[in-house]
Design a protein around this ligand. Structure first.
Ligand code: AMP
Ligand code: GLY
Length: 421
């Protein structure tokens, strides 16, 4: 099989790494890729949100299977265009990608499916939204409806914060994404992510993870895209997973099918779990980043078979063999992240690290220049390890982190603290 992976972050490095372990992969191209991906696969410059450009590339390179990493190409309809050409693609069509691209859409689908989630209301008018906040009180959660690169959510502890967030969003800080605002009940509990493969009809759980969204140790400070993750998530017990499938995933998939927009790809189910009861925080239409890195580390070569079965409508016959193992990834980020940061600082010490089925450094934002690896993003490296216990995985991951010589970067020392406690 000739395979194309779209994207160029740590998630796509992990997807490429797992795909290459499967003998069914004859040739792998990643577009645009990064310095870490270039060490294991061909990389190609391509505008991955341009439907026609992607379709032409796929034809020219005789690609049989396309795996879409990030949400932007899905929201732009790249999967639709490829399916029109008869190409097998992992990732939902544009209409189904609304489950991530519009928070109000997701809430409507949940209501129709009777899936448990926070009470909510939608507004296009600031005065009405403010009146709603005054009526409900704080804490309360204010969200820009559209894609805002993970920044469009404000968990307001006071009414004043909620009103400020509304001024911001209706004032245009998030562009079109903030023209409509969703206001939600604040939910308490422990958060975890559940990954489910979907082929339009059947659904197959693909693992659980927890990530650390705050930049600082002890889960403090501003939100980020994720500073580290581990799998499995202890709070997502078999019982919680079964309830999530019965109460949220299957009813939502049935509702999507009823609407004529069946969902194919991976559904990232972000949950708030309290007293064993799961409620939906959000869906994403792609793997989490960095959660994907720990899931791929645990699945290895099986990941390609599972994604291919999802794209091909064969999930009913697919089985995943889980080892009784644990994985952790520690994100190394550029000083200043998630605020402004410098690009171009050099990272040393990567060459001497082990790279095998238990130890991998996935690159998220790097470029190669001369013989050097330079940081080009906010989140730059995902130092990932697998072990028989989470403690074992953490020890391996931090042993690698400690060998990396990058004065321009930082990381959290406490990834997994809740589970390790
Ligand atoms: P989202 O982008 O929807 O995942 O929101 C980002 C983060 O905000 C989530 O991971 C939660 O920590 C928090 N959050 C979002 N919605 C709620 C809610 N209704 N109640 C409590 N926390 C929330
Ligand atoms: N790590 C959170 C996300 O990928 O949305």
């Amino acid at each position: 099989m000739n395979i194309l992976i779209l994207g160029g972050g740590g998630r796509e490095h992990a997807l490429a790494w797992a795909t290459l372990q499967n003998p069914k992969c004859d040739r792998l191209i990643v577009a645009p890729g990064n310095a870490g991906i270039a060490a294991i696969a061909e990389c190609a410059a391509l505008d991955i949100e341009d439907r026609s450009a992607v379709a032409s590339f796929v034809e020219e390179e005789s690609i049989d299977f396309v795996i879409v990493g990030p949400e932007a190409p899905l929201a732009a309809g790249v999967a639709d265009r490829l399916r029109e050409s008869g190409i097998l693609v992992f990732g939902p069509n544009q209409a189904a990608a609304q489950l991530e691209a519009s928070k109000a859409f997701t809430k409507e689908v949940c209501d129709a499916a009777k899936a448990p989630t926070a009470a909510w209301a939608r507004f296009t008018d600031a005065a009405a939204a403010k009146a709603y906040v005054a009526e409900k009180g704080a804490p309360i959660v204010v969200k820009a409806d559209g894609l805002a690169a993970g920044k469009g959510v404000v968990v307001a502890e006071t009414e004043a914060q909620a009103l400020d967030a509304l001024d911001d969003m209706f004032g245009g800080s998030f562009g079109a994404a903030g023209a409509e605002v969703v206001i939600e009940e604040f939910m308490t509990g422990e958060e975890a992510s559940f990954f489910v493969l979907c082929d339009g009809e059947d659904a197959l759980p693909m693992g659980t993870a927890q990530d650390h969204k705050r930049v600082g140790e002890g889960d403090t400070g501003p939100n980020t895209g994720g500073m580290g993750a581990y799998s499995p998530a202890p709070v997502l017990t078999d019982d919680v997973a079964a309830r999530t499938m019965d109460e949220i995933v299957r009813p939502v998939l049935a509702e999507m099918e009823r609407r004529g927009t069946p969902y194919q790809g991976v559904l990232y189910v972000g949950l708030m779990i309290e007293n064993g009861a799961p409620r939906l925080v959000e869906f994403n239409v792609r793997f989490g980043d960095p959660e994907c890195q720990v899931i791929m580390m645990r699945l290895g070569a099986q990941a390609l078979d599972a994604m291919h079965a999802a794209a091909d409508g064969r999930l009913a016959e697919m089985r995943i063999n889980w080892a009784d193992d644990h994985a952790m990834t520690v994100v190394m980020a550029a000083d200043g992240y998630p605020g402004s940061y410098e690009k171009g600082s050099e990272i040393k010490g990567l060459d001497s690290l082990r790279a095998d089925s238990k130890n991998m450094v996935f690159h998220a934002g790097t470029t190669a220049k001369g013989g050097a690896v330079l940081a080009t993003g906010g989140r730059v490296l995902n130092v990932t390890a697998r072990g028989d216990t989470l403690t074992d995985a953490a020890t391996r991951a931090y042993a690698m982190v400690d060998q990396i010589d990058w004065p321009g970067g930082f990381f959290r020392r406490d990834i997994g603290w809740r589970a390790l406690k």
